[in-house]
Design a protein around this ligand. Structure first.
Ligand code: NAD
Length: 481
């Protein structure tokens, strides 16, 4: 399969310079994508710039109707999205189905926001003046997306800015360009006008940087690593662009003593091992009240050891490969280093096959170790014991990140006590920390990012407020006795 960029409603440069896309499950080439340059970004931005006033001038109801049609079309043609998800991102069938199902939900949630670009009227001290506040789109939004949920995260960063009347140029991860081109083609088939959504495939240094710098791009939505996000954030801010950064996490799960250890272990296993831990919100630091520590760890090891690895199309396969050899090196490096520093390896700690890493449980890694402090982004979970909830909260907050946290307990009072004190963009009670809701404000504090995405929060981020003042003449003077 060989694909070009998608610019102004058409696939372009299919036969130009390209790069190979690997299937991480077989480690063989599964396709080729056009290798974007600064000139391709310039072309895509110009197409988005031309289309933006026409898109904004459609009525909110028309934008809503088109986005709803896009959602229906994605649903009808979900197979054509599932295939690249399986092949280029190493998703299991259930993870690919989840993404293909979530994409229409996001579009529908966004469609409704087209009608809710509320402004304001303000009181004024002078009776002959009126003040109005209008909400308007930024213009062209640049979207840069990661490899791990290449459909769901891309459409999320695209759908809400579109609903608000912006147009978009997207640069997907170089690991997963083909699903992005397929998405653009489907949205266009469904009636999204030419130039409203453009995709340039390629590498950050070849074309991603140009998207951030481009003078006609008014805002950037970025999801990816903290290292890249901090560079993009600095550059975008230097150029006075609106920027939203959804970055990495090192998410804590606090397990309180009132919960059944087996129930807690089942939750922790889903939150830690889904998609091989290649999830920003995966719960990789588990902090357990000591009275149930032994039972909980035994149950977690049992959960990990019963996970089935293997064919991605087998509905019983828990997760597939990591995205590349570098990822395997990083994950195994974190594990072996922690073991050398004194962590107890309860299960896993080896490459299962190819780029698939075995589900791994480490107990009591040193608190300075990389596996405890840095984003491992693999199927590795570390567990430590604490005497009580206060120490648990302190340990959970002892991180530069703050994306998502979980408290596993049936005691709502203690759970809420922890939720309010956790320094985190989200806290989930009674559930693992990898949760989704199209309308929720997703985002982090500290090294986990800036701004919130989802529902009206995305719309607020990618619109500008305009104050309009009117001279309206004085109303009749009020008379009091
Ligand atoms: P990454 O930062 O390596 O790459 C993300 C995107 O940035 C890619 O499209 C890449 O090509 C592009 N890029 C790289 N250098 C660039 C540059 N100089 N200028 C412009 N673009 C550039 O991230 P990844 O490895 O694809 O994804 C994994 C990371 O994403 C993890 O850290 C994970 O936690 C994070 N993530 C966060 C969220 C969230 O919602 N907070 C969600 C998913 C993933």
């Amino acid at each position: 399969m060989r694909r070009g960029h998608f610019i102004n409603g058409r696939e372009r440069a299919r036969n130009g310079e390209c790069f190979e896309v690997l299937n991480p499950a077989t480690r063989t080439v599964m396709g080729q994508a056009a290798r974007g340059s600064d000139a391709d970004i310039d072309r895509a931005v110009e197409s988005a710039r031309q289309a933006q006033p026409r898109w904004w001038n459609l009525s909110p109801g028309e934008r809503e109707r088109i986005l709803l049609r896009c959602a229906d079309h994605l649903e009808t043609h979900s197979d054509s999205l599932i295939e690249p998800l399986l092949q280029e991102s190493g998703s299991t069938l259930s993870k690919a189905n989840f993404e293909a199902g979530y994409a229409p939900s996001l579009l529908r949630a966004a469609a409704g926001e087209a009608r809710r670009l509320y402004g304001d009227t303000l009181p004024h001290d002078r009776p002959d003046r009126m003040s109005l506040v209008l909400r308007e789109p930024i213009g062209v939004v640049g979207v840069i997306s990661p490899f791990n949920a290449p459909l769901a995260l891309l459409i999320k960063m695209v759908a809400f800015p579109l609903a608000a009347g912006n147009t978009v140029v997207a640069k997907p991860s170089e690991h997963t360009p083909l699903v992005a081109i397929q998405l653009a083609e489907l949205l266009h088939e469904a009636g999204l006008p030419e130039g409203v959504f453009n995709v340039v495939t390629g590498f950050g240094s070849d074309c991603g940087e140009r998207l951030v710098e481009h003078p006609h791009v008014g805002g950037i939505a970025f999801t990816g690593s903290t290292a890249v996000g901090s560079i993009i954030g600095a550059e975008a801010t230097r150029r006075m662009k609106r920027v939203q950064l959804e970055l990495g996490g090192k998410n804590p799960v606090i397990v309180l003593s009132d919960i059944d250890p087996h129930e807690a272990a089942a939750q922790v296993a889903v939150g830690a091992f889904f998609h091989g831990g290649q999830i920003c919100m995966s719960g990789s630091r588990v902090i357990v009240e000591s009275s149930i520590f032994e039972d909980f760890t035994d149950a977690l090891v049992a959960e990990a050891e019963q996970l089935q690895l293997g064919g991605l199309r087998d509905p019983d396969t828990a997760y597939g490969p990591l995205i590349c050899q570098d990822a395997i090196n990083r994950v195994d490096g974190h594990v072996q280093e922690a073991v050398a520093e004194g962590a107890v390896l309860r299960t896993g700690g080896f490459v299962y096959d190819g780029w698939t890493y075995a589900p791994t449980v480490l107990v009591e890694p040193p608190l300075h170790s990389r596996v405890w402090r840095e984003e491992t982004f693999g199927p590795v979970v570390s567990v430590v014991a604490v005497p009580d909830i206060e120490v648990a909260i302190e340990l959970a907050n002892d991180t530069e990140y703050g994306l998502s946290a979980a408290v596993l307990s049936h005691d709502l009072i203690r759970g809420m006590h922890a939720a309010r004190r956790l320094r985190s963009g989200a806290v989930h009670l009674g559930m693992h920390p990898f949760q989704s809701n199209t309308m929720a404000p997703v985002g982090g504090v500290g090294a986990s990012g800036l701004g919130r995405s989802g529902g009206r929060y995305s719309v607020e981020h990618f619109t500008e407020l305009k104050w309009i003042s009117l001279a309206v003449g004085s109303p009749p003077a009020a008379e009091f006795e």
